[in-house]
Design a protein around this ligand. Structure first.
Ligand code: PGA
Length: 251
């Protein structure tokens, strides 16, 4: 049985004061961590405030990115070693905004996955096709290839414990959610790809999220799909009441 994981991805939208206020508004009403995992992914500058406010609660903390080296002359980058020392649980990698605007390659993202595991955190690895790729009938092949490249060299145990987020680029921040069936279709492809690369046991363990205009109104239907174990949520994760509705999708 895979534990549901709902993760907010705030992107570059909150400051430390807002972060503290947000966590104080939700912390008493989160589901128990052993039933549903609630995660907030916040900008690096907000992580100290987020970690402090989340202490002793059922909320887990994600960074939105990191570099693949622990230390060195990499001006402006964030060290995965430091993130771990701070108490961060997850790191989101390979988001389409990072791939598109900051030119991250499959190889960079794969190196980040290795660095995150080396530093005892868990990657939330994003993949997903553009509208053009979907319309060309190549979504399955595209996503399967991203997963194959992104997971290179990871052990079966590592992949079993990680999270893969399928986020069709055309559904992110557009209000256009993939239908629950469309989301399920590609999430199944992700799981089959993991089964091919590793084995069925690993594929049965890896948790797969859908992301792209997930909101309280559609979360239940999406979460009801066989291969969907969670959501990665931007817009609808930034209001406390909406976040609580998402993590309580099952109530
Ligand atoms: P959205 O963003 O929920 O605002 O579509 C999702 C994401 O980018 O992770």
């Amino acid at each position: 049985m895979r534990k549901p994981i709902i993760a907010g991805n705030w992107k570059m939208n909150m400051n430390p004061t807002q972060t503290t206020e947000f966590v104080n508004a939700i912390k008493a009403n989160l589901p128990k961590f052993d039933q549903t995992e609630s995660v907030i992914g916040a900008p690096a500058v907000d992580l100290p405030a987020l970690l402090e406010a989340a202490k002793g609660t059922d909320l887990k903390v994600a960074a939105e990115n990191c570099y693949f080296e622990d230390a060195g002359a990499f001006t402006g980058e964030t060290s995965p070693k430091t993130l771990n020392e701070m108490g961060v649980d997850y790191v989101i990698i390979g988001h389409s905004e990072r791939r598109d605007y900051f030119h991250e390659t499959d190889e960079d993202i794969n190196k980040k996955a290795h660095a995150i595991f080396k530093n005892n955190m868990t990657p939330i690895f994003c993949c997903g096709e553009s509208l053009e790729t979907r319309e060309a009938g190549k979504a399955e092949e595209w996503v399967s290839n991203q997963v194959t490249e992104g997971l290179k060299g990871l052990s079966a145990d590592q992949v079993s414990s990680m999270v893969i987020a399928y986020e069709p680029i055309w559904a992110i921040g557009t209000g256009k959610t993939a239908s629950a069936d469309q989301a399920q279709e590609i999430c199944a492809v992700v799981r089959q790809t993991v089964a091919k690369l590793y084995d069925q046991t690993v594929a049965d363990k890896v948790r797969i999220q859908y992301g792209g205009s997930v909101k309280p109104a559609n979360v239940k239907e999406i979460m009801g799909k066989e291969d969907i174990d969670g959501g990665l949520v931007g817009g609808a994760s930034m209001e406390p009441a909406s976040f609580l509705d998402l993590v309580h999708f099952n109530d």
